[in-house]
Design a protein around this ligand. Structure first.
Ligand code: ADP
Length: 455
């Protein structure tokens, strides 16, 4: 496929740089497991291993009606979740746009808005309560929060364009509950939920053997069920046997001990809003893969090994090569790589591309995508080995557009697990798309909170 030796050498070098060999996958897994142990011993380690205060497992027989509130993206979402038992769920939801002014205004106004949305949702769906009972709500607040109980925590920092005044160090649940109370809205915030924990629970309702929830979307992270006597730093109530741990594993290898970062990763990292942070996440998650690919393509262009050195103004701009294009290019099996051509020539306005150009672009995409999936596999393998879940029947729920849409992500993860544990793992472990962690998962979290409340 190569038109010159120079091109072949350049591509061979890339293949080596992006390869996660079976040995390296094992080494990363080992280092990851050591990081888990550290984080379970004390606070402030690279893997934060945050205790979620969620104890108890689900078996799908749970029933009840709950509300969920999901804040952290472009839209605010209110969901009513009716758990009918037998794994059956009925949900209704409404999305509300959060005005940009609210995101950076007074915290009270932002939380009042959340309460007003919940109130109008109750009206719209004619949900009423009898007497002085309250509706239990699970609150998915997708910002870094240091949790201090199932429904208490303090905001560490705002992210994603939110910056409401005076909130850092404060408890978002207290603000929300206060806003409900002032309006006499009969809702109680029963649980503060991380999206990974919600994903685990939402998957567990249908698959009670679920041991892990993973997010592979804009960012990446995971949660799993840990034995409380393994959580050495835990000083709280130890009457329950297990607790879900939110790992915050995107921060893995802050020390840069093990991950094979390339110059293309470093270039992207330097220009990111959080340089030197979330190194592992930056090699895996949807927000970054397209940019890494763009950096590789630019390097090949500058060396006149691609597009005959020709450029498009689009690709000179950072973040223009979307990770979604990678999914399309990976899936392009047409004889002339027609879909790849369309992205390059129509979307990114490159002048006419050759078949050879398109093949190289496809190869680069595959290298970046496969590396991400194999690194995810190393993390999943680390958790499975740490917990011993690999030799029993267990399920893993994964949410996020990267996992959902990237063509080979699931099979690449499973192939990585087979390398580590052998073929039997295919029968023992199921990996499935888990959806609606922030709706159904948050409701289930509210349910568990009520069930296991310590007086
Ligand atoms: P979030 O993680 O913010 O809840 P998503 O799960 O939708 O939201 O993830 C969004 C991320 O997924 C973006 O970074 C985007 O680049 C990536 N993405 C969106 N569509 C695709 C796709 N078809 N293939 C691969 N990645 C995608």
């Amino acid at each position: 496929a190569f038109t010159s030796d120079k091109q072949k050498h350049a591509v061979d070098a890339l293949v080596r740089e992006f390869d996660i060999s079976p040995q390296l996958l094992q080494d990363i897994k080992k280092n990851f497991m050591a990081g888990m142990q550290k984080g379970l011993k004390k606070d402030g380690e690279t893997l934060a291993m945050i205790t979620s205060y969620v104890v108890g497992r689900l078996d799908g027989s749970e029933t009840g009606s709950y509300l969920a509130l999901d804040v952290g993206g472009t839209n605010l979402r209110v969901v009513s979740v009716h758990l009918a038992g037998g794994g059956e769920i009925i949900t209704r939801q409404t999305k509300y746009r959060i005005d940009e002014k609210l995101k950076i205004g007074e915290a009270k106004a932002l939380f009042d808005f959340m309460a007003v949305c919940v109130d109008s949702f109750l009206d719209e769906h004619q949900i009423a309560v009898r007497g002085d009972t309250q509706i239990e709500l699970g609150f998915t607040f997708s910002f870094p929060v240091l949790q201090t109980s199932i429904n208490r925590g303090t905001l560490i920092s705002w992210t994603k364009g939110f910056n409401a005044a005076g909130m850092v160090g404060k408890d978002p649940v207290a603000y929300l509950q206060d806003a409900f109370n002032r309006r006499h809205i009969p809702v109680r915030v029963a649980a503060l939920v991380n999206d990974t924990v919600g994903t685990l629970l939402a998957h567990a309702y249908h698959n009670p053997e679920t041991v892990m929830g993973v997010i592979l979307g804009t960012g990446c992270n995971g949660a799993y069920i840990e034995r409380i006597d393994n959580i050495k730093k835990w000083k709280g109530d130890a009457s329950a046997k297990e607790m879900i741990i939110n790992m915050e594993f995107g921060a893995f290898d802050k020390e840069r001990e093990i991950l094979p970062l390339t110059m293309f990763d470093n270039k992207m990292d330097r220009k990111s809003v959080n340089p030197n942070k979330q190194i592992f996440e930056k090699m895996i998650a949807g927000m970054y893969l397209g940019e890494i690919t763009r950096n590789v393509l630019l390097n090949l262009i500058d060396r006149r090994l691609l597009f005959e050195g020709g450029i498009s103004p689009d690709i000179n701009q950072m973040w223009t090569f979307e990770t979604a294009y990678m999914s399309t290019i990976e899936a392009d099996a047409s004889p002339h790589l027609h879909a790849t051509r369309k992205i390059l020539e129509s979307t990114l306005s490159f002048p006419a591309t050759t078949m050879n150009d398109r093949q190289i672009v496809k190869l680069v995409v595959e290298l970046v995508g496969k590396r991400a999936a194999r690194l995810s596999a190393a993390a999943v393998a680390g958790i499975l080995e740490h917990t011993g879940a690999w030799h029993q029947k267990a399920a893993i729920g994964i949410d996020g557009s990267l996992f959902e849409y990237y063509p080979s992500f699931d099979t690449d993860i499973m192939d990585g697990l087979v390398e580590v544990f052998g073929q039997d793992i295919r029968n023992n472990i199921s990996i499935g798309l888990a959806q609606d962690g922030s709706g159904v998962g948050a409701a289930l979290c509210a349910l568990l909170a009520a069930k296991h409340a310590t007086p």
